[in-house]
Design a protein around this ligand. Structure first.
Ligand SMILES: [Zn+2]
Length: 148
């Protein structure tokens, strides 16, 4: 359900936007930045999308185990999403992110803000870590807030 974005949410979105500089540029069509905000409102991790897949990202699969999220394939399209990098940078500490908020910003190569709802894999990852809210940029410079 769409709700009004508070100044705090706008601030988080600005931080997420600043993370697109960590996106690898050469072949990407869209640049995404992501921050994880803990239940106290502190930004505790961030990431940008990457074309390449760092070898150590495979560690994520080890940490997650295979049964519940075994269908999540981080290497399925040969690139890493901003959300995955943010989870990875957090070192996947479950306790830290319980009740947290995932904030995702995205824009095209031309600099147009795009809808940045996490993909099905990233949504499953968010649910797995008990993230309680996802906030993402949307077209027409709007922000969408979804409770999980
Ligand atoms: Zn994704």
């Amino acid at each position: 359900m769409a709700k009004m974005a508070t100044d705090e949410i706008k601030r988080w979105m600005e931080i997420a936007k600043s993370k697109i500089k960590y996106s690898e540029h050469p072949r990407l069509k869209y640049f995404h930045g992501c921050v994880i905000v803990d239940k106290h409102g502190n930004v505790i991790s961030s990431g940008g999308n990457k074309n390449s897949l760092p070898k150590d990202v495979l560690e994520i699969e080890k940490i997650l185990g295979s049964s519940k999220v075994g269908s999540i394939r981080f290497d399925s399209i040969g690139r890493i999403h901003a959300e995955v990098e943010a989870f990875y940078n957090l070192n996947l500490d479950h306790r830290l992110i319980r009740g947290s908020t995932l904030v995702v910003y995205g824009e095209s190569k031309a600099g147009t803000v795009v809808k940045s709802r996490p993909c099905a894999n990233c949504m499953r990852l968010a649910e797995y870590f008990r993230v309680s809210r996802v906030i993402y940029s949307n077209t027409k410079n709007t922000i969408t807030i979804e409770d999980l």
